[in-house]
Design a protein around this ligand. Structure first.
Ligand SMILES: NC(=O)c1ccc[n+]([C@@H]2O[C@H](COP(=O)([O-])OP(=O)(O)OC[C@H]3O[C@@H](n4cnc5c(N)ncnc54)[C@H](OP(=O)(O)O)[C@@H]3O)[C@@H](O)[C@H]2O)c1
Length: 320
């Protein structure tokens, strides 16, 4: 049944057009142009499609100019039946709405995808290796992602592809994450100076996801790994020294301390960040060698942490 699925031309629906969805859409639209008969659409809330807010309006205009069809829907408010009816009009559905749409949403969307009979589903799992991390980790949201994997594996009607990307590169440098402290010129290593993290930029994820979607022979029921870079926290300090041309101190935040801080935290948002710190500090399932990635195997150039830092932080520092 699935052997009839033509990867060369596809009707693709992307859910969401945020930090990840936009680059995915831009790259899918580019590749679809080279494949007559392919069509790219995006599902967004009606209020977003109609927004007069200049930033949103500009994004909607960009998507229209790229030939992306705009489809109204609400991933939280619409029922599984309604979403399934929308998904059924497409061959391929790609989740790019993140966890922003709520903890229950990944499972709801996966159920809608299976019910719709869509040929291939890419769940929103652009992150770490949830299986290597395992159930019951400090970041309880990850258990919801494992539930989705179990659901997808337990059937053979809809093919699925999961794209593991590690952390979005910029997140490592976000002040709220606390690892890179540009004011104190310090790197706070999660776990140890040798603990590694894999990073990929959303632009590279967009480029590589589009390649994966149209890749032949097509990927099915498979987890693919990407990596812009894989490096240890100690190396983050040395790259900052090279790029910003000033010394950086390092401090180590041990796993036990991070778990204790996480347990004590009462503010929901702060706790969320502390869960991420603890799970990354444990160092399991959060980093993989670049050599085995899809981008390395295909010889596709990606942005290293040092290149990203030169392009973003070195520029910002000049403007101080
Ligand atoms: N590996 C990682 O490090 C990783 C991976 C994924 C995500 N993240 C984190 O997740 C965030 C950004 O990633 P993202 O691109 O997934 O999220 P995002 O930038 O917040 O985008 C979410 C998209 O989904 C749409 N959306 C939200 N609720 C919706 C609903 N009920 N119905 C339909 N559409 C809805 C949003 O539309 P509106 O414009 O209407 O809100 C937006 O287009 C960042 O904070 C990032 O750091 C990290």
């Amino acid at each position: 049944m699935t052997a009839q699925f033509p990867t060369a031309t596809q009707s693709i629906l992307v859910l969401g057009a945020g930090e990840l969805g936009l680059p995915v859409l831009r790259n899918l639209a580019r590749l679809a142009k080279q494949r007559p008969g392919s069509k790219v659409s995006v599902l967004l809330r009606q209020a977003t499609l109609d927004s007069q807010e200049p930033g949103k309006k500009k994004e909607m205009d960009e998507l229209r100019a790229l030939g992306v069809a705009l489809v109204a829907g609400d991933l939280v408010k619409d029922s599984i039946d309604n979403l399934a009816a929308v998904f059924a009009r497409f061959d391929t559905v790609i989740g790019c709405a993140g966890m922003v749409a709520g903890r229950e949403t990944p499972m709801k969307l996966a159920r809608a995808a299976l019910q719709s009979g869509v040929k291939r589903y890419f769940p929103w799992q652009f992150g770490v290796d949830f299986e290597a991390i395992g159930r019951g980790s400090p970041q309880d949201l990850f258990d919801a992602q494992l539930d989705v994997r179990e659901l997808l594996r337990a059937q053979d009607r809809t093919e699925w592809v999961i794209i593991s990307t590690g952390m979005f590169t910029s997140f490592l440098f976000e002040p709220v994450f606390g690892v890179v402290d540009l004011e104190m010129d310090r790197v706070n290593a999660l776990g140890s100076l040798d603990t590694c993290v894999t990073l990929t930029t959303p632009d590279d994820i967009g480029k590589l996801t589009a390649e994966i979607v149209f890749f032949e022979p097509r990927f099915r029921n498979e987890i693919l790994y990407l990596a812009g870079d894989t490096l240890a926290y100690g190396e983050v300090a040395s790259l900052l020294e090279r790029v910003l041309k000033r010394p950086f101190e390092t401090d180590v935040w041990p796993v036990a301390d991070l778990l204790e801080e996480m347990a004590k935290e009462t503010d929901e948002h702060a706790k969320h960040i502390k869960k991420y710190r603890a799970v990354f500090a444990q160092g399991r399932g959060v980093a993989w060698p670049k050599e085995a990635t899809f981008n390395a195997r295909q010889g596709i150039a990606v942005t290293s942490a040092e290149q990203w830092t030169r392009g973003h932080l070195a520029e910002e520092q000049r403007h101080y």
